[in-house]
Design a binder for this molecule. Sequence first.
Ligand SMILES: [Zn+2]
Length: 596
Amino acid sequence: MDERDEPRLGLDNPAPGERPNSAAPEPYRVLARKYRPSDFTGLVGQEALVRTLRNAFASGRIAHAFMLTGVRGVGKTTTARIIARALNCIGPDGKRTTPTIDPCGVCEPCRAIAESRFVDVQEMDAASRTGIDDIREIIEGTRYAPAAARYKVYIIDEVHMLSKQAFNGLLKTLEEPPAHVKFVFATTEIRKVPVTVLSRCQRFDLRRIETGVLAAHLAGIAEKEKIAIEPAALSLIARAAEGSVRDGLSLLDQAIAHHFGDSVSEITGESVRAMLGLADRGRVLDLFEKLMGGEIALALAEFKSLYDSGADPLVVMQDLLETTHFLTRVKVAPGAEGFFDGGSAEAARAVTMAGKLTVPALTRAWQMLLKGLLEVRDAANPYPAAEMALVRLGYAADLPPVDRLVRSLRDGEGAAPAPQTAPRPPSGGASSRAQATALAPEQPAPLRETAPQSATMLSPPAVEIRSLEDMVALAKSKSARILATQLETNVHLVSLERGRIQFRPNAQAPKTLATDLANALRDWTRERWIVTLASEGGAPTIAEQRIAADRARKDAVSQEPFVRAVLDAFPGAEIVAVRDREEPDVVSMPPDEESN
Ligand SMILES: [Zn+2]
């Protein structure tokens, strides 16, 4: 790992003259690397961990092995390196003889460790070196005293990836570690680490960074970078980062790049929202209110205006789902926090709205939106798909909840009259819930529509993933754009079934891809996924397939007699693109035409 470009960059003393985008020819360094903390004062949001470590160091009871666990981007590797420095710091004057929780950052060991060139601190990534031979090398090394330091420190990242054999080999050393050896393990999947190993480590759970804490951290960095950015923009970024400092900083980088050259001096919440493809939460709430009130025409107009201002239809569907979730939680557990910031005007409005809605109505909205989300995700043109889903939801808002319909049927309210399929015209909210309920006994017909629908949705299947393309679409729907791109360009699929994927990563794939993917899939599908890597084989990547399909299409077209003749007649001519005849028609039809 080449980090020679970042000597002593503790948050407290950033080296001077490092302003990006300044006149200085200093190459721009991404914020996540520039502001990687070099001591515990700079580590964000991990107070409990720091306190425990501080006590251990103060009392001289330092464990032989540390196990750092937490989701990606919370600072595991950073913490591991700080521990290595803390163990080996000799102080600015070189006279310190004991470990210190506050490494100086300027002595040779401190600097060398930060630059990953310290001979007695070895970092290994278990994701790429999983075998017993790799571990044997380490075990061999532990026999010898450190060359220059107090302790030999072995940092093993993604330790859960080690083979069983490798773990067993390691175990012997962990049972009786030489006094001059320390291990620091890091993992995103603590459950895959054998208990025998765990029990010999001091375990630290790194927490997801809370949105407010992360926003404050980003604000501090923006200030150091002399970047003017609205608090609203920072909190949008912090929320999108989902507890990861690294992701937060990457998004901040992206916002700065996005903004660069913009005439407006300050990065606004609006521009970040556009960058993230997000809709204004207040307006999402407006949309939800109209839908639940059955005001379909107004809802569609609201949706169009959100779309026009850059919101992704899929993200709008997601936001509506989150809104539904929030309102439901507020109903069942007042004071719940979530999608809307506690104390904000939106949160207050949401709470009021929750009071007017019933739990059955909310759960039905959830099911319909979930179905809509999948349709939007799979649709060639997401906009009309989203509109259709919204129309369905708005129409259903006029119907009494299913339980009441069932009750009315059971109570013998007569057989269904001729099915009334045409929805009533969406009339600016004229129909209220009360009216709809009153109508219910005479109109049980809609049950036919509603019942099967809810039957299929009662056990909302975890998101179904049948192909790599599905996975990409899912990643996009979760705004995990980087992961989506990696799946498209770096993954040679070997096999895929529910809960299992095996692929061969290409050379450009980041080494954390398998872990990132497994975590993401687990979060998204609520199912456990086993992601394994293959060293050979696998289908071409999606990107390659696209290129190949395009080429095949051009080849096929070039064989057509007429095209052949044209190509022959114009030497040097080439086929740039192949379009279907009907395509222009589809494209030219504005998706929002019928919303007014
Ligand atoms: Zn030092």
